[in-house]
Design a protein around this ligand. Structure first.
Ligand code: ATP
Length: 122
């Protein structure tokens, strides 16, 4: 029988399990983690403003959150079928496309914030 969460803390635990599962099984999540570390170190080094830091944090959260939703979509599709289905392909491609869009956006935002600061070093 399916286990239902009984209280807030139990729900929080299930959500935490979801984050750990994504980190353990998804190579892209670990890559996002490395990027996040690099961005935070660069933020410290360049003494970016609070506004810039907030924009970077929101951008990182957007990419990581979409990556997790992508993982959830992939898992549901794989649970539903192992056959080749056009709708399964559409669902996975759209979810992957959302991650790609967000990642492009993150690269552009990173370039706008850090580009001039790196340029000024030379
Ligand atoms: N059941 C299916 N029916 C049709 N096409 C599928 C199916 N499963 C996967 N695909 C196609 O193969 C692609 C890769 O699917 P897969 O499940 O391997 O995800 P992935 O790209 O490995 O994701 P990630 O790297 O984020 O784990 C999908 O984007 C989709 O185009």
């Amino acid at each position: 029988m399916v286990k239902k969460s009984r209280n807030f803390w139990e729900s929080l635990g299930f959500a935490g399990d979801g984050i750990l599962y994504s980190l353990r099984t998804q190579r892209n999540m670990r890559i996002h983690g490395l990027f996040t570390l690099g961005v935070l170190l660069a933020a410290l080094y360049f003494h970016i403003s609070t506004t810039e830091l907030l924009i970077l944090l929101l951008t990182i959260l957007m990419v990581v959150t979409l990556e997790m939703i992508n993982t959830a979509v992939e898992t549901v599709v794989d649970m539903y079928t192992e056959e080749y289905l056009l709708l399964a392909k559409v669902a996975k491609n759209v979810a992957a496309g959302a991650v790609l869009l967000a990642s492009f956006g993150a690269v552009i935002i990173g370039a706008i914030i850090f580009g001039p600061k790196v340029w000024a070093l030379f």
